[in-house]
Design a protein around this ligand. Structure first.
Ligand code: URA
Length: 209
C-alpha cells in the first residue's frame, strides 16, 4: 500500500504543504464529517499570529478562516486597536468544522480537548514556518492549542505568557462570546477585549522597536 503523509509523523515544511495535508487529515473524527479543512491565511512571515477555535459554517464554505460574523467583529476590533489584518497570520486550533445537523442547519460543536491536542500537530507546523513573535489565542480552545494545556480566560488574559520556543502568547475571549452577550455583561466583556487587543498592539510596536 502506498504510504501517505498522514501515515508518518512527517510534517510539510511549507504552508501550502500543510494546507494540502490537512485536507486529507483523518487523525480525529472531525475530519470524517462533511466539511473541508480550512488552512490559516495571511502574511507568511507575520509578527502576529491570531488563533481561533475552528472554522465555522461560513468559513467551511469559503475555505478561509474568520470570514463570518466572528471574523467581522474581530476585524472591527483589530482596526480599532491599530492592528492591520493584512500583516497578521490568522488560523485555528482545529482545522475542520465540527457540527451536528439540525434540520438543514449545521450547528457548531466545540472540539474536545483530545481533538484540539491532536490538531496541535498542524498548528505547531504553522508556528514553525511563520515564526510569529506574538500569538493571540481567542478563547479556551485556542488557548489550549497554543499553550498545550487548559487555561481559564479570566486568569490567562492581560499578560504575556512565554512559550517554550520563546514566542510570547496572549490570551483573550473568543469574539463569538461577545456576540452572545447582552447589556452590562456585554459592555464589560467588550471593554476587556478591547484592552487585550490594545495591549497586544502595544507589545507588537515595542517588539518592532
Ligand atoms: N471562529 C473561529 O474560531 N474561527 C474561525 O475561523 C471562525 C469562527
Amino acid at each position: 500500500m502506498t504510504q501517505t503523509l498522514l501515515d508518518t509523523d512527517e510534517r510539510p515544511a511549507t504552508l501550502s504543504g500543510i494546507a494540502k495535508a490537512i485536507h486529507e487529515c483523518r487523525r480525529c473524527p472531525i475530519g470524517f464529517l462533511d466539511n473541508q479543512a480550512v488552512p490559516g491565511a495571511g502574511l507568511k512571515k507575520a509578527a502576529l499570529m491570531v488563533v481561533g477555535e475552528q472554522p465555522g459554517d461560513q468559513e467551511d464554505l469559503a475555505g478561509k478562516p474568520f470570514v463570518g460574523p466572528s471574523g467581522q467583529l474581530l476585524d472591527r476590533y483589530m482596526v480599532e486597536a491599530g492592528i492591520d489584518r493584512r500583516q497578521v497570520y490568522v488560523t485555528n486550533a482545529v482545522k475542520h468544522f465540527k457540527f451536528v445537523w439540525r434540520g438543514k442547519r449545521r450547528l457548531h460543536q466545540s472540539p474536545t480537548s483530545g481533538e484540539i491536542d491532536v490538531c496541535r500537530f498542524w498548528l505547531d507546523g504553522e508556528r514553525a514556518i511563520v515564526r510569529p513573535q506574538l500569538i493571540l489565542a481567542l478563547g479556551t480552545s485556542a488557548a489550549r492549542g497554543v499553550l498545550g494545556k487548559a487555561a481559564t480566560i479570566s486568569k490567562a488574559r492581560g499578560h504575556p505568557i512565554s512559550l517554550a520556543d520563546g514566542t510570547e502568547a496572549w490570551v483573550t475571549a473568543h469574539p463569538s462570546y461577545l456576540l452572545r452577550l447582552k447589556d452590562e455583561m456585554k459592555r464589560e466583556q467588550e471593554r476587556l477585549f478591547r484592552a487585550d487587543l490594545a495591549a497586544v498592539a502595544e507589545r507588537l510596536a515595542e517588539l518592532a522597536g
